[in-house]
Design a protein around this ligand. Structure first.
Ligand code: PHE
Length: 336
């Protein structure tokens, strides 16, 4: 009897289960009602009493082995079928392309602007979006109560009647970073200062209540207007190609003298037009005085360019609001 049990045990251990059919064959052979194990238990009656305990134990052991072989094979077949190709009938079918993101057009334009000025020997600085009146206006030579302060519709965060407490504003331009930089660092200074600015303007295709600027400041001995214009023209050529059509015309800012603006010619389906991309000028001596730089020793130029305008021109975007809607159909067109 014990020999018979050992034979079954051997058969169980050598049975090969590779697939569902094998598994079912194993079950029929050993575990089913007509299987070898049930039959084996059926022979118990003919076992002499004194051997019953030993034989019974051996039979139970074989039964347990058969059950665990079956359970293990079953689990392993089930997990196999879940593996990569399990659910696929045809592994040559094209896969669904993985979605990849892209840089926002403003980020791409800003990166290009940074690259150009890094090449020209500028470094990058930044300052806070929440400014005090001193940095945003006073130090930049906006006289108190001068209408020039209304030139840029300001979001006031704190307006105070107490002359000792400065108003707080969302910066209306990146020019206050010039002040912060020159207070920290004696000339020479040659930096660009990118950042977000805010103006309380009606939202239209051409204007928004927030946009981005890159401020530039170059202060040293003998910096000239010619160098300013040369730098801006170089920028326009590197940004838009050497055949870019540009013009430079006189303008006014309280913090530069003389002041100018640069326009780029933009052709679209609706015809061509000049678009202003930046304001610039020679740093006003009053600005130098506000930051303790000697205007007799140093001169400098500054510029402030609109990143949104530059991106719109660069990529042919005709509505600034598209830059802030974050519509994926729009953004996906700027994969590089
Ligand atoms: N801050 C000005 C503006 O926002 C631009 C500017 C910067 C002009 C630096 C001259 C010099 O319109």
């Amino acid at each position: 009897m014990i020999d018979k049990i050992n034979t079954i045990k051997q058969e169980i251990k050598t049975f090969i289960i590779n697939n569902e059919e094998d598994l079912e064959a194993f079950r029929l052979e050993f575990l089913s009602r007509n299987g070898k194990i049930q039959k084996m238990f059926g022979l118990m009656g003919s076992v002499p009493n004194e051997q019953k305990a030993r034989v019974g134990k051996a039979m139970n052991e074989v039964k347990n082995i058969a059950q665990s072989v079956f359970d293990e094979a079953k689990t392993s077949l089930e997990s196999d079928s879940k593996k990569v190709f399990g659910a696929l009938d045809d592994i040559t079918l094209p896969v669904e392309p993985a979605y990849t993101g892209s840089y926002h057009p403003l980020t791409q334009a800003l990166d290009e602007i940074k690259q150009i000025f890094l090449r020209l020997g500028f470094n990058i600085a930044d300052g806070p979006e929440l400014e005090d009146d001193f940095h945003n206006f006073t130090a930049l030579n906006f006289p108190p109560d001068h209408p020039a302060r209304d030139m840029q519709d300001t979001f006031f965060v704190r307006k105070s009647d107490d002359p000792d407490i400065d108003d707080l504003v969302l910066r209306t331009h990146t020019s206050p970073v010039q002040i912060r930089l020159m207070k920290e660092q004696q000339p020479p200074v040659r930096s660009i200062m990118p950042g977000r600015v805010f103006r309380n303007e009606a939202v239209t295709a051409k204007s928004y209540f927030q946009f981005n600027q890159v401020e530039g400041l170059y202060v040293d001995k003998n910096v000239t207007l010619g160098e300013l214009i040369e730098t801006l023209v170089m920028f326009a050529r590197l940004m838009y190609g050497s055949d870019v059509k540009y013009r430079v015309r006189p303008s006014f800012f309280p913090f530069t003298e003389p002041s100018l603006e640069m326009d780029i010619w933009w052709e679209s389906d609706k015809g061509g037009q000049w678009l202003e991309i930046l304001g610039a000028g020679m740093v006003d001596p009053n600005v130098f005085k506000a930051v303790d730089v000697d205007p007799e020793t140093y001169t400098g130029f500054a510029f402030g360019m609109g990143v949104d305008r530059i991106a719109m021109l660069r990529y042919g975007i005709d509505d600034i609001r598209l830059l802030y809607d974050n519509d994926i159909r729009f953004l996906q067109q700027f994969k590089s």
